[in-house]
Each structure stands twice: as structure tokens, then as C-alpha cells.
Design a protein around this ligand. Sequence first.
Ligand code: PRX
Length: 651
Amino acid sequence: MTSPNTNITSVLKESRIFPPDPGFTAKAHIKSVVEYEELWQRAKDKPEIFWGERAESLHWFTRWNKVLEWKEPHAKWFLGGKLNAAYNCLDRHLTTHRRNKAALIFEGEPGDSRTLTYQQLHREVCKFSNVLKTLGVVPGDRITIYMPMIPEAVIAMLSCARIGAMHSVIFGGFSAEAVAERNNDAKAKLLITADGGWRRGKVVPLKQNVNDALAKSPTVEKCIVFNRCNTSVEMQKGRDLWWHELMNEASADCPAEPFDSEHPLFLLYTSGSTGKPKGILHTTAGYLLGTSYTHKLLFDIKDEDVFFCTADVGWITGHSYIVYGPLCNGTTVVIYEGAPNQPREDRFWEIIEKYSVNILYTAPTAIRAFIKWGNHWPKGRDLSSLRLLGSVGEPINPEAWMWYHDVIGGGRCPIVDTWWQTETGAIMISPVPGAIGTKPGSATRPFPGVVAEVVDKGGNPVPAGSGGFLVIKQPWPSMLRTIWGDDERYHKTYWSHYPGWYFTADGARQDEDGYFWVMGRVDDVLNVSGHRLSTMEVESVLAQHAKVAEAAVVGKPDDIKGEGICCFVTLKAGVEKTDELKKELREHVAHEIGALARPDEVRFTEALPKTRSGKIMRRLLRDIAANRISTQDTSTLEDLAVLAKLRDDEE
Ligand code: PRX
């Protein structure tokens, strides 16, 4: 790990504080900082009692008999309990006033829209669960979901949960190669996709990618295809089946079976510091409790709210705050299929106006794009229904925070900046609205049950204001349970730096008020537009290219994306350094991983700068990529070996 560094130097100077609005506080779930602190302290001192009480909010077929078994680094929560995640998200609402409440409001990119009530969603999920059963899916099977942002993605996820199969959702922006790699790691039995999905007026050819992926995925026996775009696709006889044909035959009677609290709910692949993505495993009860409880308190959810989370279900934000948290709470969720600037730059604002959205949850990278597009877009729409705003995925720079607050929130909406990770399952550090005053750029204080600290390499707390490593010192219900098929990596990645504490791989500091300022990753993970990517993944893909000898990949500051991808490449002998080759390499990465990994810059170099022991000097490369140092003084612009000599002792 390297020292925490910050891309956002301005957060260090930020001192504005926005106290909670008394009108908001009066109606909030948590009404004061004292109430928050009592809750937090109780959760820290008596976690089993605290979480046991919270777990009463879920529906149980059989109650647990032990709240926590912690054999570091393995936690089991609510032992002996039996429940069903889909039952919690659907069935139990059917006997209440929520039966005919909108569960999902879907807005397609071309302008089509659909609403599914809890009852309708339940019916679809029951039918699709029966489809899966008929195809031989049994509890514990892994099912890949590679779909656009349409209700069927949610239906597929909840159907897996209903019958105890584990879903592994792969973001639609990933390539065929990436899909095959994840299928194989998970040994997926079945894949659910669509012919395509709409993005910027074009069809993303999901089924075509799937065809390529399945040629290399021997464990996948069947593929279900939803017809979203009416494009003609190649269907392989005996393997590929149409969603609508299967659903025509399916019964809507599918009682939810009880599963153990620790029954695996899903795998979600994310990037780590090696080239191989990690299958993060989450289990049923703890995850459901963590997501529903944080969702309720941090978004201050009321029954009448309309909640719009702009994430894709392919990421953890979509899992936790489109599907499991909100539906478990019986909330109305808006989902949108496409790009924020299709057909125009006010699409989000149009959706907020159209559905009177009360809570918006989006990412800083989107906010920065909105700022660039101009205030006239949001100003042209009625955003007065909004009462709370959320931010997720990367540090939010104070400038973006202030714009979000003033232009979108009209100065009246609290902003909850939410720090968390795929691994944490649910939000960990964020201001409980109505109770905690906010500071632009700070995720503020840990959620009840989260014991977070900033420490130095030796595990000692660092003084207020100093940078260090963010750790979590007690287990929490929605924590990951392991890395699929690689418990050793789980142990090494998260629990070996500080025995007994979870290592987040984020750098942070705490200010004199105890507020956390998360500064970014300290490992070789990039955060490009809020998407997690491993530098090693990009490097190994570049190294596979026939003309490349060696490659080193680092992040560079980017005004919109937060971080961009810069590749330093040495070519094989005799290969000419041309702009065409740069383009070819960028496309090669996009083809192998997905468009989200397309490098922003490729730079050819004679040699990569290395330390005497042969380690690539990434800090030097980061400085060059960010133009923080001048390369003018070396004999040739990219003769990095010379620079490396000057810096050898620094890395
Ligand atoms: O570096 C942190 C950053 O995103 C990483 C986790 O990425 P992922 O697992 O893809 O989950 C993203 C959505 C939860 C973290 O290690 N990060 C996420 N939220 C914030 C953040 N950094 C600063 N502030 C945040 N609010």
C-alpha cells in the first residue's frame, strides 16, 4: 500500500458547515446529534443487542437464536434464523396498504415507461422463479445477469433470491471477455440477458456479447433472453430461450422458501489490486438488514417518498439502494435505463419533474457533468419535490457539493455523502440527515454499528487533521463474508494489514470535529467515473497485445471523471510508435474489459521507470501523468529511466 494521497486538495481547506434544517429535523427519523450519538454508542458497546433489536424489522420464518458469531475474519449473523430476501422485499407488503403501491417506476431511454406495483412485481417474480426452477436451478446455483436497467433485471435478481440461487450481476458495459471470466470464476449455470439495451440512442448489443462470452463459458447450460429492443439476435438452439415464451407457460404460484440467515444471496465482482476480479460474497439476513436500515435512516425514508437512484444494478449501489434496501422498506423506486443526456441534458431533471421525485441518489461524476452542461437545464424543470440528495462512489469535491446543494437542492435539501464499498454491502460513513451538520466534501460520521478509525501503518490512531488509513474495527451485519473461491485472498486483502480490523484500502483523515474526509484509494485501484478498476487488469490486457512489451497504468486527475486512465507502454523491438497504434491499444482495452476501461491516454516510452529491486515506480508515473513534474529536463521526453534514476530512493 502507498501513502494516502488526495486528488482533491481543496477539501483540505473546506470549513463551511451546514447545520440541519429545523423543519427537516422535526419530521426526521433521528432528531438530534445526541440521539445519533446514543444510538452509535449503544451499537458499539452492545452490538448484539443493538442489531438484534434492529432485526425485528425483517420478516423471519424462524427467529435467530444467536446474533453474532465472530471468528475473525469470519462473521455469522443471526444464527439459526430463517428468512427469504424476496419475501421481505415483496410478499410481506401485499398484506398491507402497500399492495397497490408502485414498487418500480421504470423510464426507458426512448421514452417508454412502466410502473409495477408491489403486487405486480411479486407476480412477475413468482413466475420467473418458476421458470428458473423448471430449468433446473437449485439453491446455491450461480446465475449470471447481464441486462440493461429494466424491471426485468430486478425481477431476475429477486427471483434468484426467492429460490435461493445466487445472482452475479455483470454491468452491461463490460465486454464479452469480462463476462466469460466472471462466468467461469463463478461456475455459473445459467445466464439471463436481453437482446440489447438503449444507451445514447443506440442499442448496446448484449446478446451478441453473450454469444461470444458463452463460447468460452463451459459451465453455462442455458441462456434466457428478454426482448427489449426488438433487434434480431442469434439464438442457439437448445441453449437460448426467450423470456416471454418461458413466462407464458409459467405459474404465478411460487411460495417463498425459508433460507438460513447466512445463505449466500449474491456474488458481485469488483476490482482489486491484482488483475483478477474478486467475487464479493454477501449473505441474506445481515445484508438485508444493513441495506434496509441504512436506507431508512440515511435517506429518511417515508412511506410516500419517491426514491430515484441513478446507479445501474450492475454495481453495488444498484443492488443495495435500488433493489434490496428500498424494496425491503416498501419504497417506490424510480429506475432509468439510459444516459443522462439523452435526448437532452435535462433527462434526470425531466424524470424528477415527471414523477415528483423526493430523493435523488447520484454520483459526483454525474454532478460535475451537469455543472459543465449548464444551469439552464435544471432551471428549466420543476425540482421542488426534492427534499434530500445523496452522493456516492467517490469523494465529492466541495465545488460540486455546493452546486448540488444550491442548484438542485434549492438550498433546502440535506446532502448525504455516503462512503461505502462493494465489500461493506451498505453505507458506512454518512451524515444522518436531520441530526448531523454537513461539510462539503466530508462523508461526516460513521453510521450506528460502524466503528471506523484513521490509523497509521502501525495501527496507531493519527492526530486530527493528519492523513492515514481507514479501518473498521468491529464486524457489521452487511459485511462481505469472503471472496468467492479464494478465502485466502479474502484474509490477505482485508484482514492481514491490521489483525482483527477490516482494511478499507482508502486513505482518510478525521478533522477536529471527528468528521471523516475520505481521500481515495491507497492500493492500485482506480476510480473512473465512480467505477472501480484495477490498474493491473488494464496492464495485463495491454501486455497481451502482440506489439506491447510492457505496460504500466496509473490514474490521472480528470475534471469530470475524477480519475482518468493513463497507460505507459513500451513496444516490442521494431514496432513503430504511431497514433494509430495508440488508438488500437485503447480499443483493445475497451474490447477486452469494456468501454468503461478505455484509456484516456497512451504514452509510449523506451523503458518503464523501475527501482533497483525492479518495482515499477508508480508514484513517478502518477506525477508525470498529472503533469505534476516536468519531463522537459530529460534528454528525450519519455526517457523515464533517467527520471527514475533521479528518484530511485523515493518510492
Ligand atoms: O475509494 C472509495 C470510493 O469508492 C470505493 C468503493 O468502490 P465500489 O466498491 O465500486 O463502491 C462504490 C459505491 C459504494 C471506496 O473504496 N468511494 C465510494 N463512496 C465514496 C468514496 N470515496 C469518497 N467518498 C465517498 N462517498
